[in-house]
Design a protein around this ligand. Structure first.
Ligand code: HEC
Length: 162
C-alpha cells in the first residue's frame, strides 16, 4: 500500500478542521446553547418546576396566574407581575429575550436602567441552566398551539439575526 503523501494528509486535516468549525458555527447560531428552552425534556421541566415554586411563584402565582389586575399599574406606578400561562404575554417573547430578561433584568433589556420594577435580576442567583429550566417549565405549561407559535417566533427571530 502506498503511504498517503504529506500533502494529502495535510489537506485532509484542513478539510476536517474546516468542517468542524462550520458545525460549531451552525450549532452556535441555530441552537444558542444555554438559552434554548427544552419544554419537552421531563427532567428539565421537573427541575424548573421546583425552581419556579421557590423563586417565582410568590409574585407570578403558584399556578402561573400572575397578580390580580396585572394590567393595572400599582399606586407606586410599578406593574404587577403578569401571568406566565397563555393568558399573559410571556409567550410573545423569544427564548433569548425571556432568558436575558430573567438574567439581566428588564431595565437592561429596554435600555432604561432607571425603570422601576419589582422583577428581580437573577444574575448570580440562578445559574444559566436553572434559568433555562424554569423558563422551560413555564413553556411546557402552554397549550400545544401556543408552544408552536412560540417556536415560530424563535425561528423568525433567528432568521432575522442572520
Ligand atoms: C418580587 C416579585 C417577582 C418575582 C419573585 C419574580 N418576578 Fe418576574 N416579574 C415581576 C414583575 C412585577 C414583572 C413585570 C415587570 C414590569 O413590567 O415592570 C415581571 C415580569 C417577568 C417577565 C416578563 C413577562 C412578560 O410578559 O413581559 C418574565 C419572563 C419573568 N418575570 C420571569 C420571572 C421568573 C422566571 C421568575 C423566577 C425565577 C420571576 N419572574 C420572579 C415580579 C417578579
Amino acid at each position: 500500500m502506498r503511504m498517503p503523501s504529506r500533502l494529502s494528509v495535510l489537506s485532509a486535516v484542513v478539510v476536517l478542521v474546516g468542517l468542524g468549525s462550520a458545525v460549531l458555527v451552525w450549532a452556535g447560531s441555530d441552537r444558542m446553547p444555554g438559552t434554548v428552552l427544552e419544554p419537552e425534556n421531563e427532567a428539565v421541566i421537573a427541575k424548573g418546576k421546583s425552581i419556579y415554586a421557590a423563586n417565582c411563584a410568590s409574585c407570578h402565582g403558584a399556578n402561573l396566574e400572575g397578580e390580580p389586575n396585572w394590567r393595572q399599574p400599582k399606586p407606586d406606578l410599578t406593574m404587577p407581575a403578569p401571568p406566565h400561562d397563555e393568558s399573559g404575554h410571556t409567550w410573545h417573547h423569544t427564548d433569548r429575550v425571556l432568558f436575558d430578561l430573567t438574567k439581566y433584568g428588564l431595565g437592561k433589556l429596554i435600555k432604561n436602567p432607571d425603570y422601576k420594577t419589582n422583577m428581580p435580576i437573577y444574575d448570580g442567583v440562578l445559574s444559566d441552566k436553572e434559568i433555562v429550566a424554569v423558563l422551560s417549565f413555564i413553556k411546557s405549561s402552554w397549550p400545544k398551539e401556543v408552544r408552536q407559535r412560540h417556536d415560530e417566533l424563535n425561528l423568525k427571530s433567528r432568521e432575522e439575526e442572520k
